[in-house]
Design a protein around this ligand. Structure first.
Ligand SMILES: CC(C)(COP(=O)(O)OP(=O)(O)OC[C@H]1O[C@@H](n2cnc3c(N)ncnc32)[C@H](O)[C@@H]1OP(=O)(O)O)[C@@H](O)C(=O)NCCC(=O)NCCS
Length: 177
């Protein structure tokens, strides 16, 4: 039987953190960096276990986004992954159910940058593809991130969004989106 748990990063012990990192390295086929790992921490994690084995993970972290002249409190989804031998069995669906509950509780919207694998999952759940230009806010002003255009999805909350407008994220090491 599979179970889904929701935990804050601060409540995860070293063994669980190590199991999560191992799952992510496997699921992303060695393409998961230390910066990606840092992005997945300091938030809320959803963990799916099956017969004692960690088979799925995703997290939501707080970020600032800017859109339409407003500062938005985003629940930003990171590090969604399911072990290769348990895919297409609804595990990511269970993860996203838990993460979207956390987003809706305390954020203006949800946001994420989808991999090719993930895009179908989010679209099927009602996440909307951002159509307008994306940027990152730097000390020198906003800088376009054209390589991320067409991969950012949002989960609207109470704030009106114009998907064709500009969307800017806060700066961080590694991938901005
Ligand atoms: C993306 C990923 C997390 C999906 O996990 P999963 O447990 O297989 O997803 P689910 O079984 O819950 O799928 C739910 C639904 O999402 C959609 N979906 C999931 N994966 C999809 C895909 N690759 N293409 C299109 N739609 C997909 C389908 O509607 C699916 O329902 P179905 O199986 O009845 O068709 C998994 O493939 C994975 O870990 N990939 C590698 C890491 C990665 O890219 N993560 C996403 C980062 S943004």
């Amino acid at each position: 039987m599979s179970t889904t748990a929701v935990r804050r990063t601060a409540d995860l012990d070293a063994r669980t953190l190590s199991a999560i990192r191992g799952l992510l390295d496997e699921a992303f086929d060695g393409d998961f960096t230390d910066a990606d790992w840092a992005h997945a921490l300091d938030g809320t994690h959803a963990l799916v276990h099956h017969e004692g084995r960690l088979v799925g993970h995703g997290s939501v972290v707080r970020r600032q986004l800017w859109h339409g002249g407003r500062t938005l409190r985003a629940g930003y989804v990171e590090a969604v992954a399911v072990v290769p031998d348990r895919r297409r069995q609804g595990i990511a669906t269970a993860l996203m159910d838990a993460l979207e509950t956390a987003i809706r509780a305390d954020h203006d919207l949800g946001a994420l940058s989808a991999s090719d694998d993930g895009a179908g999952l989010y679209a099927a759940r009602g996440w909307l593809l951002w159509v307008g230009p994306t940027s990152v806010r730097t000390a020198e002003g906003d800088r376009r991130t054209p390589e991320d255009d067409g991969s950012v999805f949002v989960l609207p909350g109470t704030v009106a969004l114009d998907l064709r407008g500009a969307l800017t994220c806060d700066w961080r090491e590694g991938d901005f989106w």
